[in-house]
Design a protein around this ligand. Sequence first.
Ligand code: SF4
Ligand code: SF4
Length: 463
Amino acid sequence: MEEKKINLSRRGFLKAGVAAAAAGVIGAINPDVLKAENASLVSLDYASPANGNWSKLVPKMNYGGASVRYAEHNDQWLGTSQIVGEVQNISEYDNGFTMAIRGELGEIPRWNYVTQGKRDPMASGLGFAISFLSTDKAVEGPAPPRAEKLPVPDPEIMSKHIKDTCYYLRADEVGIGKMPAYAYYSHRISPTHGDYATGKIDPNLLMEEIPVTERLPYVICVAVEQHLETWLASTGYDGIAKSQSYRAYHATANITVMLAQYIRSLGYRARAHHFANYASVMGPILIACGMGELTRTGDCVAHPRMGFRNKVAAVTTDLPLVPDKPIDFGMLDFCRVCRKCSENCPGEAISFDEEPVKYNGYLRWNSDFRKCAAFRTGNQEGFSCGRCVKVCPWSSKEDSWFHEAGVWIGSKGKQSASLLKQIDDMFGYGTEEITKYKWWLEWPELFPMPAGYPPTQTTQPSK
Ligand code: SF4
Ligand code: SF4
């Protein structure tokens, strides 16, 4: 009898929840739907995962051949990142791009950042689409969650269903994690980054800091790959760099806005966090969701298959879920012997140090996000930058047995990391520009700041 009741609920959440999200309706679940058909649990007959919580559509995570181990998430460790003190919630007001908007990195970076979404024709198209998703209504929903919560008798089944939903909505990778409280911003900015970056608002509009009070227990993280052939043809900081980012940011924003609304339609709280409207920092979220490790670049997280040739977004929620485990594929050791990103960074932002250092209560490489933001927003050869993404041995290759074998070797420890780095250098991987893939148009006349700028007020208030 009890088993039958559970089957009905599982069936019910699929039928009622998907229908409600599709129709954009937030109403009560029709009890007749819950009572209908109880014989199709077969459609949710997921095989028990050997390690972690796979999905039905992607039964096994694709780590691209890397040797992956599971790591800890507790008070001392977040994956392979050691916590050595109190990790403070940071304010979005202090991040590099916000500093650019406020004018603290100079006039060219400020002008570049607030006009990038309009000046470059392709970025303008993508930014226009993103601008519709930057509102609080898009990320928080048009109304509170449905009053009646759908029962979730088996959080593992629900976790798999949520992953399948994300893959269905075109995510390339999905993970679920326990939401670290320190991953929330202490304050977010209003207007949002997306409002400034896409040119939706007057850039002179004064920015406010809004306290972030949400604390939800789970986070669902999605990644969408940036286009490989385009990376192979690009320097990483030429005219296509901004569109490379925007293309994947738009995709992740779309997925998370839809997913959050779906979850609210099931009666649970959910907020989307994406490039154009964050209330949290993505680095610790990615690690908590088993989607990567910290790298020499500072707070950027690399995935074993994609490296950091992807963009990510997340949904925080109180929907009952079973979190994945953080992963360890040897990135810390690899970054100790590889300095390709440091050697190739045009902004001289990435550390050459031997070891990570203490930073805000945890250990990470001593890279300088201000220098990175200054270069990206002041870049006179293009719009933005992703040179470190392009040259990283983990993110720069095509899918092939040769690359998979290299990644497997590289994930096996410091000695083998050194070998993979040498092979990578020998083949010139990551540093070449393969012109046969170059398909985009360049607009060099759009890069320089015009004479006479700025016409009016230029800076936002400093702290
Ligand atoms: S994005 Fe460019 S400037 Fe920033 S760290 Fe990477 S290579 Fe350096
Ligand atoms: S380029 Fe090398 S050092 Fe830099 S993040 Fe990638 S593996 Fe680490």
